[in-house]
Design a protein around this ligand. Structure first.
Ligand code: HEM
Length: 425
């Protein structure tokens, strides 16, 4: 272990190399390190095919990036014996590997096929021919990184924890399983090819061996939001257009107001809070509802996505319009009524969730739902909207939340820095 706090991710640390060597600690000496510490890839470096998003920037990729089709989300616990220096070194190693992966490269220069045949390869190789496929890798810090459940300040970070970083209140139909919630660190890997996203998480997990351990992970298919006006609105597993009234990358003023952290410690500014909730949907029950009732529960037409107050998909919702019977066209207990900024002190959020199906239960029902992800300026703002939803939303009867986590996604970095560097300096 070097224990180096050199901020420049010039290559994997010796500790990272040892992790990749799968315990071949004796065999991997200085020569091994040399083969791995190749020239750093530059953004825009040639990849044979595939869509590429820049790794460096003011904000981390994977928030405003047009939502890709696939996701692998993973949460990690830092191992008990790890020091602050080990944590920094892990973040440096992850930064280096991630900066290569998003270009469609292996985690190191010798990669999957070019290393010493007497050692396990550095990269697992299953994404070798798939290009970058629009991969983004977004890192986040859990509250337990700053202060453990027993109040311990393991990494001398407690003074730097923002006051806003508070737990979410328990909601109606929350059946939270602690073993698939929380974590010290998280990685959200999104790509247009599932194998590219899985490869990223798998290899970053491998690099972390001895320093951080996978706590839980979730696969998602089919984005349930648009994060850019250039994207068509996708559908969730209730068959509804989802993401119509989402915040979009093309609205910088609204993003500044609702998504980017601007209060609290300086190091956190420009970051965002990621709320992740695994929401099981009772789709078989939903499927038995009349179409008109499905529309009423949401407040929009299932087919077109238009608000029940009239117009087409992107027409502004009008909660004041009434029908011939004098009743509002959009029910006050519908999902859009409960969550719309007009009914929540103006609060909006950037949603970026995915559908999931994790097999089925023993009664033959699919274990399916929405892995809900939202980016917000402060967890309390999310809680404000969510409380309004959980209390009165007719939707909630068809939902059951099994996992809930909040992570602080630090701001983006420049080439030569490591993810989250401002927290440590
Ligand atoms: C499985 C659970 C959920 C499903 C199926 C779902 C589905 C939808 C759909 C179809 C829309 C309308 C289209 C759109 O504007 O995007 C919508 C809007 C919205 N949802 Fe959800 N949603 C779920 C959970 C949540 C949760 C947990 C929150 C957080 C409080 C939330 C917040 C919102 C917001 C803020 C809007 C936009 C409202 C507006 O401005 O008109 N949703 N959702």
């Amino acid at each position: 272990m070097t224990g180096s706090t050199d901020p420049s991710p010039r290559g994997l640390s010796r500790r990272g190399l040892l992790a990749l060597g799968g315990g071949a600690t004796v065999a991997l000496g200085a020569a091994g390190a040399m083969t791995l510490t190749g020239p750093r890839p530059q953004p825009g470096a040639a990849v044979e095919h595939g869509l590429e998003y820049p790794f460096y920037g003011e904000h981390q990729a994977g928030i405003l990036t047009p939502a890709q089709d696939r996701m692998h989300f993973a949460a990690f616990d830092v191992r008990e014996r790890c020091s602050r220096e080990d944590l920094v070194e892990l973040l440096q190693d992850w930064t280096y590997a991630a900066s290569r992966l998003v270009l469609g490269l292996d985690v190191s220069a010798s990669g999957a096929f070019g290393g010493n045949p007497l050692l396990p390869p550095d990269d697992t190789g299953e994404a070798a021919d798939l290009g970058s496929s629009g991969l983004t890798i977004t890192f986040g810090f859990g509250p337990s990184l700053f202060r453990t459940a027993t109040g311990e300040d393991r990494f001398q970070l407690v003074d730097r924890m923002p006051a806003d970083f508070v737990p979410l209140p328990k909601m109606a139909n929350d059946f939270i399983r602690p073993e698939i919630s929380g974590g010290d660190l998280c990685i959200q890997a999104c790509a247009n090819d599932p194998q590219v996203a899985v490869h990223a998480v798998r290899n970053l997990t491998r690099i972390a061996i001895g320093r951080a351990q996978l706590r839980w992970s979730q696969l998602g298919f089919g984005r349930t939001s648009s994060t850019s006006t250039t994207q068509a609105t996708p559908r969730n597993l209730f068959g509804q257009k989802d993401g119509t009234n989402n915040l979009k990358a093309e609205q910088p003023d609204r993003l500044a107001e609702h998504v980017w952290i601007s209060d609290g410690p300086q190091w956190s500014h420009g970051g965002s809070y990621l709320i992740a909730r695994r929401i099981a949907m009772t789709i078989e029950v939903w499927d038995g509802l009349q179409l008109g009732e499905q529309d009423r529960l949401l407040g929009r037409e299932k087919g077109s996505g238009a608000p029940l107050s009239g117009g087409s998909e992107f027409t502004e919702i009008d909660f004041t319009r009434t029908g011939p019977d004098g009743k509002p066209l959009i029910d006050e207990r519908s999902h859009v009524f409960r969550t719309h900024p007009d009914n929540n002190d103006g609060i909006a959020m950037l949603r970026r969730g995915y559908n999931y199906v994790d097999g089925n239960d023993d009664t033959g029902r699919l274990d399916a739902g929405l892995f809900f992800i939202a980016f917000v300026k402060a967890p309390g703002r999310f809680a404000r909207v969510h409380t309004n939803m959980a209390r009165d939303d007719m939707f909630v009867e068809y939902l059951k939340t099994t996992s809930s986590s909040t992570f602080l996604v630090p701001r983006g970095i420049r080439d030569g820095e490591f993810v989250g560097q401002a927290l440590f300096t």
